[in-house]
Design a protein around this ligand. Structure first.
Ligand code: LLP
Length: 418
């Protein structure tokens, strides 16, 4: 469910015509619906109402502080993977006691920043990282709360680039050596073992892999208990998929119904780190058609947004629906929708059947709220686009379009330094 719909053949976000936004803010532009964001958060949160739980929104999916602030007001925590994400979460008003910190390459400075901020726990990804956290905590005279990120070796049946819980993956600690690592962790003077973490991948469209991974984790939790290590937090990671095209992922309610009975009565707090399922379908990227071109083998619709604005199609061959901002009757063509970047891999859609647009028409690239703006770049020296949040019949620019001056901010020519 989302709040982008046609009214009299014109695309609206909530009560605002998309065209009104592009007229005033320009193109390309990311547009988010605050109503969809709130709904999605609350539907997910309510699916676990029966048991103690914390939803820690995965900041990497969409890190705009307006979005983090909106979730914080709904009670969300944050799943972070860098000092920068910690800074954003704190700035947006997220309660540090609801922040969990994962990532395989935390630096000493980042660890110190998180300890000083008193985050809920570190999700530790290797034995050497654990030693580093112990050392930094010692220097600061504090105890670091930790969970080990355990790799349950489960196939999430998703794109290999976003699959993270297999043996060959760089993430986490093998489930085989986890017990031993936990025992070691519990002897470290500046470490307090409080949790266990797993995250097996993203855009997962079946409940099965989540249940299989949770079974393995719970088995380990009971072994830990036997050896005197009590786990307070079970962090189940993120990964629930969404509908981009025809996928039929489980609803949060169905997901909850499968997981809750496994956890209920254990006396643990369940943590989730959803990203895509909350923001994915709450955002679109609007782009303007610049030119049409008929090549020898293909038709091209050349638009003003490129792979630097939305890299998912180029990087994962990901499908995003593309629909006109104004519906009109025109012949259907099969075309590649491509951007202005100097790379053959710069496309938003390949061999797509669409109503033939005209230069100047606007297209909405759907389901672009997750891993859209956050993965955008300045490649080809293109200023990053504006972000807008709609709230009922009003809209707000939550990130200004970058200027050419922004592109060179911080750069100096040799000689200018002295
Ligand atoms: N927790 C951890 C530790 C993660 O690594 C991730 C995503 C999440 C939570 C959130 O996963 P979600 O609920 O959004 O599936 N750029 C890719 C997705 C990369 C996901 C990375 N980790 C894409 O555009 O599909």
């Amino acid at each position: 469910m989302h709040d982008f719909k046609y009214v009299d053949k014109e695309l609206y976000c909530e009560e605002v015509p998309v065209k009104k936004i592009t007229e005033e803010v320009g193109s390309p532009v990311y547009i988010y619906s605050s109503r969809t964001l709130r709904n999605h958060f609350n539907v997910f949160d309510c699916a676990f109402a029966e048991i103690p739980h914390i939803v820690c929104f995965a900041v990497k999916a969409n890190s705009n502080i307006a979005i983090l602030n909106l979730f914080a007001k709904e009670g969300s925590g944050a799943d972070i993977v860098s000092g920068g994400e910690l800074f954003r979460a704190l700035k947006a008003g997220v309660d540090p006691q609801k922040i969990v910190y994962a990532g395989i390459g935390k630096t000493e400075e980042e660890i110190a920043y998180a300890l000083k901020s008193d985050v809920l726990m570190f999700n530790v990804e290797s034995p050497l990282e654990l030693q580093k956290i112990n050392e930094v905590a010692g220097k600061l005279g504090v105890k670091a709360r930790i969970a080990l990120r355990v790799n349950p070796d489960i196939d999430p049946k998703t794109h290999p680039y976003i699959s993270t819980g297999l043996k060959k993956s760089k993430f986490g600690i093998s489930i085989k050596s986890a017990l031993e690592e936990y025992q070691l962790a519990s002897t470290l003077p500046n470490i307090e073992v409080v949790g266990i973490h797993k995250h097996i991948g993203s855009q997962i469209t079946e409940v099965g892999p989540f249940v299989a991974a949770m079974e393995k984790i719970l088995n380990l939790v009971s072994k830990l208990k036997e050896s005197g290590i009590d786990i307070k937090y079970i962090d189940a990671g993120g990964g629930l998929g969404i509908t981009y095209s025809e996928e039929k992922p489980p609803l949060p309610r169905e997901f909850g119904a499968a997981i809750i009975p496994m956890i209920k009565g254990l006396g643990c707090t369940l943590i989730f780190e959803p990203g895509r399922v909350i923001v994915g379908n709450a955002g679109i990227l609007v782009t303007k058609v610049l030119y049409l071109k008929t090549g020898e083998a293909k038709n091209f619709v050349i638009v003003d947004a490129g792979m630097n604005d939305l890299i998912r199609p180029s990087l994962y061959d990901a499908f995003h629906k593309i629909i006109p901002v104004e519906e009109k009757v025109s012949e259907e063509i099969t075309a590649d929708v491509v951007g202005p970047i100097c790379e053959s891999g710069d496309f938003l859609a390949k061999d797509r059947k669409i109503a033939k647009p005209e230069p100047g028409d606007q297209l909405a690239v759907m389901s672009a709220g997750a891993y859209g703006f956050t993965m955008s770049s300045n490649y080809n020296s293109r200023p990053r686009v504006a972000e807008v949040m709609v709230d009922g019949d009003k809209y707000y620019v939550i990130r200004k379009r970058e200027s050419y001056e922004d592109l060179v901010r911080g750069e100096t020519m040799l000689g200018d330094q002295i």
